[in-house]
Write a new protein. Structure first.
Length: 354
């Protein structure tokens, strides 16, 4: 173990077996290794943005077992917003200083392709300075299959409509066996990777997520990280890695044992070590709680996402902290935890040091 610790201190890349072995380290040694990488890159800066999540429909033709958001599962409250409703949300958010809208939907086969795409040009027309982060690789795969387009064609339409960057959702866990059990039928791992590759080839950026804490094993998490690291070596298009903690309520996965906080923190720290080519590690407070996200800053995380305002996907699955947080409170929380709150834009350019 000592030689592995030294290897990390020397900033050498770890392989699959070494990454897996890191789980055997005690939490604080692991945290300190990840923290030293974070401090070398970002000092005590903790990034966030002022953003608004919008989930325009929960009608979905897919049936992911972990999902509590889709109306076709346990949630009987089906909805689909029209474009005016979405524009009203953006207008109100803009008044409150929101600089990014993060738009992610379920896979609704009844709306037509233009419902998905035209909203972006409408937002850009009215609010040209707002960054649009929209359409996960899972949604792109759905739109391509449903409307008989190639991924390239959908990506070109997104760019033409004004989408600036892609969120990292739909990655879940790449291991095919686990993926078959939790979200069979949705975008495959290879397709997810290919869609991000194509997006990056257009000179665009995206994020990458990993859903963990359900039926996957530690080795599956490392495998997931390795596949992302390989793509990043090739394209350099990912801005941030976002480990998402599985939420256990209102879904059909029936996971009995919930992850301990120390396992969550170890996974954060290991991802900071393994993903040496992805600049930012995000502690997404909606799924890990605000408190644990603040602690994650000591375990490699340098980004706390944003104020979010309203989130529907994880709150449907029981996330207790999914309702947004005020800007002043957010800034105080970061400061009181000993870090420097840096407001950023969606591509990590600094806007203001608070
Ligand atoms: S996770 Fe997404 S694709 Fe899967 S059922 Fe839920 S809304 Fe549909």
């Amino acid at each position: 173990m000592n030689s592995l610790i030294q290897k990390i201190k020397d900033a050498q890349r770890v392989n699959f077996d070494e990454a897996l072995k890191l789980y055997e380290l005690d939490l604080f040694t692991l945290g300190s290794l990840a923290n030293s990488i974070r401090v070398k890159r970002w000092g005590k800066n903790s990034f966030f943005n002022i953003n608004r999540h919008i989930n325009p429909t929960n009608v979905c033709k897919d049936i992911c077992k972990f999902c509590a958001f889709s109306a076709s599962r346990k949630n009987p409250n089906l909805y689909t917003m029209n474009h005016d409703e979405i524009l009203d949300i953006v207008k109100e958010s803009e008044k409150r200083g929101v600089k990014e809208v993060h738009i992610v939907s379920a896979h609704n086969p009844d709306t037509g392709l233009s419902w998905y795409l035209d909203i972006f040009s409408k937002i850009k027309d009215k609010f040209p300075h707002i960054h649009i982060k929209a359409l996960t690789a899972a949604e792109i795969n759905f739109l391509a299959c449903e409307y008989n387009h190639s991924y390239e064609e959908i990506i070109d339409m997104m760019i033409e409509s004004g989408v600036d960057s892609m969120p990292g959702g739909g990655a879940e866990i790449f291991d095919e066996e686990v993926r078959d059990k939790i979200c069979k039928g949705k975008v495959t791992s290879d397709e997810w990777i290919e869609i991000h590759r194509l997006w990056h080839k257009r000179g665009r950026h995206s994020n990458a997520t990993m859903l963990f804490g359900h039926i996957e094993e530690r080795k599956d998490r490392i495998d997931h990280m390795m596949r992302l690291r390989n793509l990043q070596d090739e394209t350099d298009g990912f801005n941030a890695f976002i480990p998402l903690v599985y939420q256990r309520e209102n879904n059909f996965l029936n996971v009995k044992n919930f992850l301990s906080s120390s396992e969550i923190l170890k996974t954060m720290a290991i991802s900071r070590i393994v993903l040496d080519n992805i600049p930012h590690l995000k502690a997404y407070w909606v799924t890990s709680t605000m408190n644990l996200s603040l602690v994650s800053q000591e375990f490699g995380a340098d980004d706390l996402d944003g104020t979010i305002e309203k989130e529907s996907i994880n709150s449907a699955a029981g996330a207790k902290s999914a309702k947004g947080v005020g800007l002043n409170e957010f800034v105080s929380l970061i400061k009181n935890s000993g870090f420097k709150p840096i407001e950023r834009d969606s591509l990590y350019n600094e806007i203001k040091a608070w």
